[in-house]
Design a protein around this ligand. Structure first.
Ligand SMILES: [Zn+2]
Length: 311
């Protein structure tokens, strides 16, 4: 069975759990670590001869175009993680459209390749934000990978399908590629990566993954560059946020090596029934590619937290 491997390419200081207006104001001056960690990922993938999907934040792509080119030149799929890393729940349809349109254009201008996939910051397409799905179709996306079919305190649609499936939106069809979950008794738990991958011993995590595989579901795994960076500066936040972010960072690289040995992975787009390698930005989107003057008008603050003390 061929599984999907993906990475959300963002800075360590952009994660939603630590988001607040004060930290956002410091984005430009905080230490950038994304290139070094992403290069670690590229080396790991190259050693295992694995290609993956990289959901890259537009803000990061704008500042690290050479890194985006390196990723694309290595044969990985370039996909979109939005521009500003605002949760969709604090956006409205107009700002969301501007955010994804801007990020998609930045990525396509750098690589000359179609961007087909989207993943929301912190999987923030929930029952309250499904209005975002037809906008993705209108903006030329072929698939979304933002709906986690499990119960979680900050994301998830528990009764959503756990398999790759098509969604009929008011603007047309969109493939939904849910991050992996595992049925345990009456509940489903997320096992696609992130904190869960670092929290459980690898042997237990592997048992979850083989259970999902035995049930006939290809895996959809996700990771972040900062998960391979145990030396990153520590941020202030709630105890739970700090635990989730920092637990076992030093173990990620070794475990990822094992994961790449134990399962076969490909980019997400290659698992889609309607994927054609001949797609290009014009033919894939068939939508508007209007000139975007600037992304400066995009939202740059969030009210989601207020516990940051600049270091
Ligand atoms: Zn993210």
């Amino acid at each position: 069975m061929i599984h999907s491997l993906s990475f959300d390419i963002e800075e360590h200081f952009q994660v939603a759990a630590f988001d607040c207006p004060a930290r956002r104001r410091h984005w430009e001056v905080l230490q950038s670590r994304v290139e070094k960690s992403t290069d670690t990922i590229l080396t790991l993938l190259d050693s295992a001869n694995v290609k993956a999907t990289m959901f890259i934040l537009g803000w990061v792509a704008e500042r690290h175009a050479d890194m985006v080119k390196r990723i694309a030149d290595a044969g990985h799929e370039i996909a979109c993680h939005g521009y500003s890393h605002e949760l969709i729940s604090v956006q409205n349809p107009a700002t969301f459209r501007e955010d994804v349109r801007c990020a998609k254009k930045i990525l396509e201008d750098i690589t000359g390749q179609a961007v087909l996939g989207y993943r929301a910051p912190t999987f923030s397409i929930t029952k309250e934000t499904t209005w975002a799905l037809p906008i993705l179709v209108e903006e030329g996306f072929l698939y979304d990978s933002s709906i986690v079919p499990a119960m979680h305190d900050s994301y998830g649609i528990p009764d959503a399908s756990p398999s790759l499936h098509s969604l009929d939106t008011s603007a047309g069809m969109l493939w939904e590629v849910p991050p992996s979950t595992c049925q345990l008794g009456w509940t489903r738990i997320p096992v696609g990566g992130g904190g869960y991958f670092r929290l459980f011993p690898y042997s237990i995590f592997r048992w979850f993954l083989t259970k999902v595989e035995r049930e006939g579901h290809p895996l959809v795994m996700y990771f972040h560059p900062w998960e391979l960076d145990p030396e990153q500066p520590k941020m202030n936040g709630s105890l739970l946020s700090k635990f989730r972010h920092y637990v076992n960072l030093q173990k990620t690289q070794k475990r990822m090596t094992w994961l790449l040995q134990d399962f076969r992975f490909s980019p997400i787009r290659e698992t889609l029934p309607s994927f054609s390698p001949s797609l290009d930005p014009q033919s894939s989107s068939g939508q508007r590619h209007e000139e975007i003057e600037s992304c400066a008008s995009l939202p740059s603050h969030s009210d989601s937290a207020n516990n940051y003390t600049p270091k």
